[in-house]
Ligand binder design. Sequence first.
Ligand code: F7E
Length: 355
Amino acid sequence: FIKSSLIIFSAKINFSNIMILNKTALITGINGMDGSHLADFLLKKGYKVYGMERRSSSPNRRNTSHLEDKITFLNGDLTDQNSLLRCLQKSNPDEVYNLASQSFVGQSWNIPEQTSDVTGLGVLRMLEAIREYTKATGRTTDYKMAKRPIKFYQASSSEMFGRMVENPAKETTPFYPRSPYGVAKLYGHWITKNYRESYGMFACSGILFNHESERRGIEFVTRKISDGVAKIKLGLEPHITLGNLDAERDWGYAPDYVEAMWLMLQQETPDDYVIATNNKYSIRDFLSIAFNHAGINDWEKYVKQDPRFMRPAEVDVLRGDYSKAENEMGWVPKTSFENLVKTMVDNDIKLLQHA
Ligand code: F7E
């Protein structure tokens, strides 16, 4: 009896592995922090991964050079509808993760139209491309009827909560964006919900609060600090120049958050989820832990402020309640704020030492 139970049990495990092995994902924004972490995660699950990138004269594969022989890169742009259709034709995906955007909030005041076009309308273009491709391959967009629906993940953002009408914010909290970026993300969020309701698409939005990692772009405050601390520690720079030090954020670790993206598309019904840690820390807290970790206690001496880095309208505080994600998907953040800061500082010291 034990032997035959084991055979049945192992047959079940093998069967589910084969199902996962067959899946294909298309990730837009593959070269960004989240795109590269998600690709790492999906490859471990046995997915075939396609990554959409914009063609540019200078290559931008800092985060994805280790993936070059593991995934397929496709040229595409969220501002070019036909390029999206071609990416779908070439990849024929089960799941589309829309992570591409103009994601730097500060820059969204300098290029508000481009931000709205990519970050807002880009979502609509991808949803339309999925509808067209689904129809062209003789399928229905209604996930309840389709044998092989194309599931869609939209990278929504806590910036949509902006002024925070309720703290911590949850899925039902009213939105109050404070930047052209936040407004554009809100369009992407609602059009995703609208296509779910209009066409029965399996379309989900993950409302992700700030999440960081060693792969974060240098223009974001966390990486700017970890890089700056590493340079000061090694005697390469005398100080860091920042903007508002009093803003508070709910900071998590990006590799934890990409798992939540995947989990959303594995649920029985599509829905929207807040992904956060339910903790908040200020830029000053980040600075204090980062400098201390590098063995420097009097951090104020090394930090300057410059109005150039202040924003026309600031989001003073963000904190998210992830209990829906925990109750429905079993997702919880795994990495503490302290460990996140220390990991980023250690990584930047190592990078500079090698350089
Ligand atoms: O700013 C303050 C700044 O640019 C955080 C993106 O992933 O998360 C990110 O948006 C805070 C703000 O991220 C500097 O004023 C002070 O209060 O690192 P950040 P963000 O704006 O919160 C959300 C969830 C997204 O969706 C976005 O795509 O830090 N701050 N001094 C500074 N910020 C920057 N960048 N540079 C400074 O020198």
